[in-house]
Design a protein around this ligand. Sequence first.
Ligand code: GDP
Length: 364
Amino acid sequence: SLAIGIVGLPNVGKSTLFNAITRAGALAANYPFATIEPNVGRVTVPDERLGALSRVFTKGERVPPIIPTYVEFVDIAGLVKGASQGEGLGNQFLANIREVDAIAHVVRCFEDPNVVHVAGQVDPLDDIETINTELILADLAGLEKRLQNLQKKAKSGDKDAREQAAVAEQIVAVLGEGKPARAAQVEGAVPKEFGLITTKPVIYVANVGEGDLQEDNDLVRKVRDLAAAEGAQVVKISAQIEGELAEMPEDEAREFLHDLGVQESGLDQLVKVGYETLGLITFITSGEKEVRAWTIRDGEKAPEAAGEIHSDLERGFIRAEVIEWDKMVEAGGWAAAKSKGWVRTEGKEYVMKDGDIMNVLHNS
Ligand code: GDP
């Protein structure tokens, strides 16, 4: 699944947001997951298509359960100024942040004299730079060490090591200029084993008071400008409001959002933007037993998607029956959809599309 790490300076609202996330997760129905680690929370990906399909496959009293797909949020504590020099940035921090697919960087965009700011004043751009610098320095320290090893191996004739060393050298130079590794123009993909943090996409989460949810305040505008220059996305939320929303039943939450003048909760927006940022799509398995969403990368082929359900389905993949979700709703079920000729047979080269319903035929 997709994991997003939450980082930010102390006192910007990370814990408030993370608590909202874990509460939202605890409330969600049909949870097929048992215990997860205390610093991990799960938010379901909102998807109205699943409700429509569940109605299609309802038989009398038997309503098929909806199993949404989800995004994992990891609370990554321990990032403070000077962290990369050993202040607080321990191995646990690095281990946690290396595992995530994207980073949600929470930035304080609310003024409140009662909440102390670590740097003495609220300045989102300064805060962002502080965090980014620590991440760059952490990458630099790790990669310089790796580069030395690679150079040693390269000297003794290891060709792979020589190639990797060349890439590492390029990235070290970029990091040394105070830029993130993603700014390096390297050929091909950066080797995963480099364990770099600053190759990961960043979503800036501008945390505002509830009065600033509708209109951007000056602080949010600054964050948006910076993000635009970096090609990063911004999600404006109020961590406090998210906490309240997470306690409410769905219809009440909708009304509350409406009263605040916003369409969608900040968490829902964050999940969607996370999806987009990482180039993910959803496919669906659907029938009387359950209606279930699955997350895959855009561009994945049918067997890989089948492997998301179970590795046996990928290994034993023969072909797949595929139909767009709205066609299924229109037809009203598998049999009707087949008789209309709307269910296609797709082979191993089929590239999945968002909203496809798939039934895998396999010999396992
Ligand atoms: P963390 O250190 O980044 O985890 O920050 P916390 O979530 O603990 O928040 C620090 C303080 O700021 C707490 O007292 C929160 O109640 C408060 N806080 C968080 N978000 C907001 C907000 O949007 N407006 C105001 N006024 N206070 C907030």
